[in-house]
Design a protein around this ligand. Sequence first.
Ligand code: XUL
Ligand code: CO
Length: 476
Amino acid sequence: MKFREISVLVLCLLGFVVGAIADSHTCPADLNSECSHSGDWEGDFFPGIPKIKYEGPTSKNPLAYKWYNADEEILGKKMKDWMRFSVAYWHTFRGTGADPFGAATKHWPWEDGTNSVAMAKRRMRANFEFINKLGVEWWCFHDRDIAPDAPTLEETNANFDEVVAVAKELQGTKIKPLWVTAQLFMHPRYMHGGATSSEVGVYAYAAAQVKKAMEVAHYLGAANYVFWGGREGYQTLLNTDMGRELDHMARFFQAAVAYKKKIGFNGTLLIEPKPQEPTKHQYDWDAATSANFLRKYGLIDDFQLNIECNHVTLSGHSCHHDLETARLNGILGSIDANTGDPQVGWDTDQFMMDLSEATMVMLSVVRNGGLAPGGFNFDAKLRRESTDVEDLFIAHIGGMDTLARGLRNVAKLLEDGSLTELVRKRYESFDTEIGAQIEAGKADFEFLEKKALEWGEPKVPSAKQELAEMIFQSAL
Ligand code: XUL
Ligand code: CO
């Protein structure tokens, strides 16, 4: 390249950089900059991102909904009431893209690199601008996501209160937490668990943390409160008194129920099952295990489940399986909407973009009559390699549209009726006098033996799986 061409190129590049700086209303990520010392923020965190609107299926705009039309009625309910979408603070505002092999890849312009209270307040403003632009009404957080830990519990609670006050103001009248939870897994004190720790001081500390988080949930008008036992489990049974740990966990939950009543918090208590990671074996393995635990300890009427799809697949089931298991036990409370990768064996927390999976999920939700007071929390994060601020919007829009399309597919399947009919026909032999007797528990073995002898070898019809799959596919 000649000197003249190089100068033109350098000038162009300079122009571009200066233009970009002049254009953005963002705060430089350096500790000495003016805005890094203030919780306040003037201007946009997401300049150039409009309020996201519904443009319909033909739109090619990545910053528009193609299937999610909040106020449109489907199957007798507004889409927003079926979905109750929620933004997960920890992924969207604390996720950095770091993994065990590499440093952070996301450097959001509003972050100053500190974990200060001022930074926490500014980040909270970014959260509410994001929620408002997306047009959703719910958010979820752990206590320690939104405010920094301090050397003492008193100081930590004071930090928490300061940030919660900002959140309360920014929530206004329309936005509320779908759920709140206490982070009982990050701090080294919780290495053996919180409610199942072998150390009584840790049990007490965990209780104090949950007590405070429940008070905050109540203050912010949360619809639910979640318990996810990331470290409530074991690494080996050789050093573990599993019976004693499970009893302790039950006592902890009983105390939570009592405290909820004492402070008048009306939100639902939810347990979020997960089989492992970080612990080798977590006690809330899956929906069936959790239901059994709740029943054994007399807690089944006080808790519901928050089913997370990627957790379910880690336990070897499909998401739909655990949703149905929870629903059939009357404890399907809420959903952490995400998905894993079929070739990867851990919790990748991806946005659910698979139409077939979303349709199966929505089938359960429709059968459940919706999820309220639960909803769909996007416990999902951008891939490490997705590093633009707009990717945060695109990911949520994609996840919302996929589930919204799933709902539309369920409506098509129900209107068409042939899948319902296929299932009805499959069991029609029980729609008989004898079938009804069996289902009512009035058929003993002697009576059934008499029938078997009388009827002879039964004719066993086809299950029609491929036909069921064909009908399902036609709705996608
Ligand atoms: C971890 C997970 C948590 C819970 C809340 O796998 O899902 O983020 O949703 O603690
Ligand atoms: Co989750």
